[in-house]
Design a protein around this ligand. Structure first.
Ligand SMILES: [Zn+2]
Length: 465
């Protein structure tokens, strides 16, 4: 294996030339390797929460029963510097200190560093919405439902770390990488479609929508393509990572834990192709859901699952393979500006108002957790895995679809696949033009509109453009 000259020096100089205060100094790390000895290991861990556990932050019915299990699905690449870990979990979100803790524990277990571990949620809602800091805030109130139970939270990461470590004893050589995409029909639609003459949102199309007028409106801005990156040991496909941008809920709030339609599609494919490890990442779907095509009734769930499944099959069928020549891992750290309306005392007042609803008190606890996290200067880490002309982009939280489309446009010669719902701390991440349009997502966006320029600069650094 030859180590090519890292681009770090050049990139650091170009970063220094930029005047973006919010990309942290010395934040870019670029690590590139030419390799003919890449290997991969896989792990799957059941992370289904126990009966009575909160779902989606505690403001919907807690766990009554389990329709199908929630999973953590990971892949570890070795042979290109320290191990690289990518993992998708069937949770609503994993935020702030908890996200860093999980990356740190997995890194320790497999002998790498936390910035080489990317953890993303698939974002189902009959699932845990974990934030340790928000949990501590609601626990101090004494009368609010828990956000995440600490014994469950730590048990999950302990079992995941053990499984990740154990997987290293079952390495598959990887000789080729594949890229393929297929259009998914009638799943994704933009939620922010109904606007007044000034462009201000009048009503949103949620993850499900019963209003025929809203459902009849156009799909709006989406990315219709499901992209798949696959790894081969000669002719044998050993892992396939799928990316598609939509909120993954068909219906929720009934206390029945489920990986929902994207998880059902993934599990079906996994059952049909047991030798290939299938992972699904939700793309930048902050403003995208199945609302146009989903009235929230039970029969729609398997229909949406079938469409995602067909997208995965199509992307695999359209795959072109090439021998692996180079592998890189790049990271950029950024520290966004907290929404200027956030005030610690005001938030605490709302949280401690015993007459308020759970959602009106638990939600500001996530806001306060975010405010505290930025004040202690824990950065958001953006990362990218590059293999030949393929680049993944790992984004935080509920990034808007425009970021994903922008990433692909910025690097037209690369095959760019975006995973969002990494560190969930900042909640919604609209593009700057969407702030004046208001609507639900903007109301619960935890960053100032400057996040757009900061994140776009980070994406450019990752893509080397
Ligand atoms: Zn969401």
């Amino acid at each position: 294996m030859n180590h090519s000259q890292p681009r770090r020096d050049f990139l650091q100089q170009s970063l220094a030339a930029a005047t973006l205060w919010s990309l942290l100094p010395d934040s870019l790390k670029a690590d590139e390797h030419r390799t003919d000895s890449l290997s991969l290991s896989r792990f799957t861990v059941d992370i289904t929460p126990p009966e009575g556990h909160s779902l989606c932050g505690g403001w919907i019915t807690p766990v009554k029963d389990v329709t199908d299990e929630l999973q953590a699905l990971g892949l570890i690449l070795q042979g290109a510097g320290k191990p690289i870990v990518v993992m998708a979990i069937d949770w609503t979100a994993l935020s702030n200190g908890g996200h860093l803790l999980w990356r740190t524990k997995i890194a320790e277990a497999v002998g790498t560093t936390p910035e080489r571990v990317a953890i993303h949620c698939v974002h189902q809602h009959n699932a845990p919405f974990a934030c340790l800091e928000a949990q501590a805030i609601v626990e101090a109130q004494g009368d609010l439902p828990h956000i995440v139970r600490l014994d469950y939270f730590h048990d999950c990461i302990d079992r995941i770390s053990r499984a990740a470590k154990e997987s290293l004893t079952h390495l598959s050589p990887v000789s080729h990488v594949g890229k393929g995409e297929a259009r998914v029909e009638k799943v994704a639609s933009n939620r922010r479609i109904y606007r007044d003459e000034n462009g201000v949102i009048k009503a949103m199309r949620g993850s499900s929508c019963k209003d025929p007028k809203l459902r009849a409106m156009t799909e709006g801005t989406i990315d219709p393509m499901l992209k798949t990156i696959s790894f081969y040991n000669k002719d044998q496909c050993v892992a396939a990572i799928h990316y598609y941008a939509t909120h993954p809920m068909s219906y929720y709030g009934d206390g029945l834990v489920t990986s929902d339609f994207v998880g059902i599609a993934r599990k079906r494919l996994q059952q049909e192709q047991p030798d290939c490890h299938h992972i699904y990442f939700t793309g930048a779907a902050g403003n995208v859901s199945a609302g146009k095509y989903n009235d929230g009734s039970h029969p729609v769930r398997p229909i949406l699952a079938q469409r995602i499944y067909e997208g995965m099959i199509g992307a695999l069928k359209n795959t072109t393979k090439s021998p692996i020549e180079s592998v890189s891992w790049r990271t950029v750290e950024m520290l966004p500006e907290v929404r200027s309306t956030f005030d610690k005392d005001e938030l605490l007042k709302v949280i401690s108002n015993k007459d308020g609803s759970v959602v009106s008190r638990n939600r500001p606890s996530y806001m306060l957790a975010w405010l505290n996290r930025v004040q202690r200067k824990q950065p958001i880490v953006l990362s990218s895995l590059g293999i030949n002309d393929i680049s993944t982009i790992h984004l935080p939280a509920e990034s808007f679809i425009e970021y994903q489309l922008r990433a692909q446009k910025l690097a037209p010669k690369q095959f760019v696949a975006t995973a969002a719902y990494g560190d969930g701390g900042p909640w919604y991440l609209p593009v700057k033009e969407e702030y004046p349009a208001m609507g639900y997502e903007v109301r619960v966006a935890f960053c100032e509109p400057t996040i757009d320029d900061i994140m776009t600069a980070g994406i450019k650094e990752l893509l080397g453009v």
